[in-house]
Structures are given as structure tokens and as C-alpha cells.
Design a binder for this molecule. Structure first.
Ligand SMILES: NC(=O)c1ccc[n+]([C@@H]2O[C@H](COP(=O)([O-])OP(=O)(O)OC[C@H]3O[C@@H](n4cnc5c(N)ncnc54)[C@H](O)[C@@H]3O)[C@@H](O)[C@H]2O)c1
Length: 316
């Protein structure tokens, strides 16, 4: 089945999302404030795709697929008229979002799914501008969307389960992974990203380390694990009793900021200490520990090789 997609807002994110969906075989109508702007974006995406193919970042034939599957629409209304999936990627300004969502939902088929790429605006708040809001949700691609493999899916309280499932299916067809999270301020991605940034800036302000040294530590120590294991897998592997103990040390100077999370002490009290007991946050069976350790070691050596091959980022 060929998906019929419309992108509203053909800028940085909308353009990348259009490329990603076109490469997965969808027919993509690209729209913006005018046909001329959409046409310019279309040309930009073709040029960019040629560069990506030359650099080995897109597969051979990608430019032809993008050229064939994307087209510049005359207007937002024309783009969404027969779409079954619409991605809104206009600027992060509530009034612009509300206005465009009203226009989209008036012109689109009543059951077309509408996903917003907002990073920070409440999905429930924006849903008020959408007719049939059960077909509306957040579909949050990260920058640069052609190359970041995860997409945060954010239903509001009125989004239907079927809409969530179809939105995930469409994203999975592009080869990306999804995670469904609740519609809270910052969602999950930005809550976590800013929690790390917040602590990092405090360390700089306290004169504990320079931004350069903090970045080095993040990249080469705990951050080095993150492409393979999230915080819960890492905690389970380290041992939840160890985490419990570390919290107590951190509380010496920061009793409130590093109060032991209840979910952690409950697991420790129940004897669920992570992979070594076969139960923790993720319940990895204890007999799979050798396999997990072998994977971990292989991943870290491959990661180190990749960093060596690429060389340092040109930051100075
Ligand atoms: N840039 C990022 O790193 C990033 C990452 C994740 C999410 N986002 C989110 O994606 C959305 C788009 O961001 P961006 O960086 O692509 O912005 P951008 O400025 O590159 O693109 C926005 C596009 O929307 C068009 N536009 C403006 N008003 C319009 C209207 N009324 N109708 C149709 N098109 C209109 C603009 O002409 C422009 O082409 C925002 O909600 C942003 O928060 C951005």
C-alpha cells in the first residue's frame, strides 16, 4: 500500500521528514506558505540528497526516489486534501500552530492522521484546534531527521489507540524506532536532555570542571554506553544495590537533589538488584548475563573503533 503523506512546513525538519518518508515509499506532498517556497524546498531536498548519496549517507538511487515520490503542492489545503498521514512542521509558535492545524483539519479527509513535530508545545493544547482530535498526536522527529533513528510518539488524552498504532507503523516503515510517551511538559526526550544539561551547567557555574572537560567525560564514559543501553539497562547491569549506595553518598551534600527514588528503593527492598538477580527495572533473565556482557563488550570496542575512524568532531 502506498502511503499518501502531506508535509506542512517544508523547512529544516519538514524537509528531512519528507525525505525519510519518500525513501520509505510514501507519496509526499510538500507544502509551505506558498507554492514557490514549497518548490524551492523540493529543489533543496534534491540537491541535498545528491550530496548525501555522493557522501555515502543515502543509498544509490535515493535521489531518483525522492524526485519521484515528493512533489511541491500549490497550497497547504491542496497538499492535505487526499492525505492519509500529515506532518505539521511549521515554526514553534502557538498561534501559527493553531491556525495551521485548523486549516489542515478543515481541508484534510476526516480520518487523516495529523502528527505535529513540536518539540515543546502541549499536544492536548494544540488538539483544541483540530477537528476530530482523536486523530491528532505528536510525532517528534529529532534533528537531523534523516539520520536520527528514534521518534517520540505523543498521544494526548483523546488520541485513539488505532491512530497511535498507525502512526507507529508509518514511522517503522521508514526503519526508525518509536517510543510512546505521555503528553507532559518537555515530553521525555527534552526532560532528559535538559536534566543532563542543567546539571552540566551547574557544574560549570560551581567551577567544578570546564565545558570542554565535561563534554569529554560525557562522551568517553557514561555517554559512551548510551547508544546501546538506556539508564535502566545501565542501572540493572551496575546493580541496583550499588545505585542505592551511591545515592546515599550523593545525599551527603545534596540530600534533596539526589533523594533516593522510591521506585529504586522498592526494588532493592524486594531483593530485585538488576541482572545479577534476574530482576530489576528490565527483568533480564540471569542466564542471559554472559550473552549480554559479550554484546556489551563487542559494542564498546566497535564504538571505539568508529570514533577512531571518524576522528574527533571539528569543534575547535
Ligand atoms: N530544528 C530542530 O532542531 C527541531 C528538532 C525537533 C523538532 N523541531 C520542531 O519542528 C518544527 C519546525 O522546525 P524547523 O526547525 O523545521 O523550522 P523551519 O523554520 O526550518 O521551518 C518551518 C517552515 O514552516 C514554514 N511555514 C511558516 N508558516 C507557515 C504556514 N502558515 N503554513 C505553511 N508553512 C509555514 C516556513 O516557511 C518554513 O519553511 C518546530 O515545531 C520545531 O520546534 C525542530
Amino acid at each position: 500500500m502506498t502511503r499518501t503523506v502531506a508535509i506542512v512546513g517544508s523547512g529544516y525538519m519538514g524537509g528531512g521528514i519528507a525525505q525519510v518518508l519518500a525513501l520509505s515509499g510514501a507519496r509526499v506532498a510538500l507544502s509551505d506558505i506558498s507554492e514557490e517556497v514549497a518548490q524551492k524546498s523540493y529543489q533543496r531536498l534534491i540537491t541535498e540528497s545528491r550530496d548525501f548519496v555522493s557522501a555515502g549517507l543515502f543509498p544509490d538511487g535515493a535521489t531518483e526516489t525522492i524526485e519521484k515520490n515528493i512533489f511541491a503542492a500549490a497550497s497547504v489545503e491542496a497538499a492535505v486534501a487526499d492525505a492519509d498521514f500529515i506532518v505539521e512542521a511549521v515554526p514553534e509558535v502557538l498561534e501559527i500552530k493553531n491556525d495551521i492545524l485548523t486549516r489542515i483539519s478543515t481541508a484534510a479527509p476526516a480520518d487523516a492522521i495529523i502528527g505535529s513535530n513540536t518539540s515543546t508545545i502541549s499536544i492536548g493544547e494544540m488538539a483544541k484546534s483540530v477537528t476530530n482530535p482523536e486523530r491528532f498526536l505528536g510525532v517528534h522527529f529529532s534533528n537531523p531527521s534523516p539520520f536520527i533513528p528514534g521518534v517520540e510518539i505523543i498521544p494526548h488524552t483523546g488520541t485513539s489507540d488505532a491512530v497511535v498504532a498507525t502512526a507507529q507503523e508509518i514511522v517503522h516503515e521508514t526503519g526508525k524506532e518509536t517510543a510512546v510517551v505521555k503528553d507532559v511538559t518537555g515530553f521525555v526526550l527534552n526532560r532528559l536532555q535538559y536534566a543532563l544539561f542543567h546539571e552540566a551547567t551547574q557544574l560549570v557555574e560551581e567551577g567544578v570542571a570546564t565545558p570542554e572537560d565535561i563534554d569529554t567525560l560525557v562522551r568517553t564514559t557514561f555517554g559512551f554506553r548510551l547508544p546501546f543501553f538506556g539508564p535502566f539497562a545501565i542501572a540493572d547491569m551496575a546493580g541496583l544495590d550499588v545505585y542505592n549506595f551511591c545515592y546515599k553518598s550523593l545525599q551527603t551534600d545534596f540530600p534533596e537533589r539526589f533523594a533516593t527514588p522510591k521506585v529504586l528503593s522498592d526494588l532493592v527492598d524486594a531483593g530485585k538488584l538488576g541482572t545479577k538477580t534476574g530482576a530489576g527495572f528490565l527483568n533480564v533473565p540471569a542466564d542471559r548475563t554472559p550473552e549480554l556482557i559479550a554484546y556489551r563488550n563487542k559494542a564498546y570496542v566497535a564504538m571505539q573503533q568508529l570514533m577512531k575512524d571518524l576522528g574527533p568532531a571539528p569543534l575547535n
